[in-house]
Design a protein. Structure first.
Length: 216
């Protein structure tokens, strides 16, 4: 039996897995994302792909540590922890969650009618049933996102819902923001926050058959 643990509080990632036939255990890490970004940025130009991959790795490894400390809380068998993190690359900048309404408005005023690249890092940490059988793998899904040319009123209305404040790049494709994305080039699941094809490939490299995770 293979148990999947999602190291993320994202409702969109959980919904994506459930729609794909997987009911994961959700455990959220207490990783200090700002500290990791500061460390990466101190070395020079912050590469968005490297950043999201490092954050995904940190989340997965932190939750794997929690599981190792409390194995009785999980079902017997092999457990794989999946960590993810997303950021939008736009105009040479890396955009995470805006958090504040004024920041979200400013971003949308810049993004409307233009395109950006949404990077989502994935890290799979396998906790083997046998000693010494742990393994890990990671990669990044990058998708070009084309934004609609919103009016100022549409931007204000969207930001007022609160949705864009809590997501990378200040937009969604699976929620209220779906009407404001005119197209994507790449895996649309990666824009939601979890690329199913990439996750399948990573787990296959660890010897886990994707269909063995189906439990819904």
């Amino acid at each position: 039996m293979t148990n999947l643990v999602l190291a993320s509080a994202s409702p969109a990632r959980l919904t994506t897995l459930r729609a794909a036939g997987i009911e994961p255990t959700v455990r959220v890490s207490d990783v200090d994302e700002d500290a990791i970004l500061d460390r990466l940025g101190a070395a020079g130009h912050l590469d968005p792909r490297a950043a999201v991959l490092e954050l995904a790795r940190a989340k997965a490894q932190a939750v794997a540590g929690l599981i190792s400390d409390d194995p009785a809380a999980f079902q017997p068998g092999v457990t794989v922890v999946l960590g993810c993190d997303s950021m939008l690359e736009f105009d040479g900048e890396i955009l995470g969650k805006p958090h504040r309404p004024e920041v979200a408005v400013e971003r949308w005023q810049a993004m409307r009618g233009r395109s950006g690249v949404l990077h989502t890092g994935h890290w799979a940490q396998l906790l083997g049933a046998e000693p010494g059988s742990d393994a890990e793998a990671g990669d990044v899904s990058s998708t070009v996102v084309h934004f609609a040319d919103l009016s100022d009123q549409e931007i204000e209305d969207y930001v007022a819902t609160g949705e864009p404040l809590k997501v990378a790049g200040a937009f969604t494709v699976d929620g209220l923001g779906g009407a404001f994305v005119t197209g994507v080039e790449g895996d649309h699941h990666g824009v939601i926050g979890l690329s199913l094809p990439l996750a399948r490939t990573l787990l296959a490299g660890l010897g886990i058959r994707w269909t063995s995770l189906w439990n819904r």
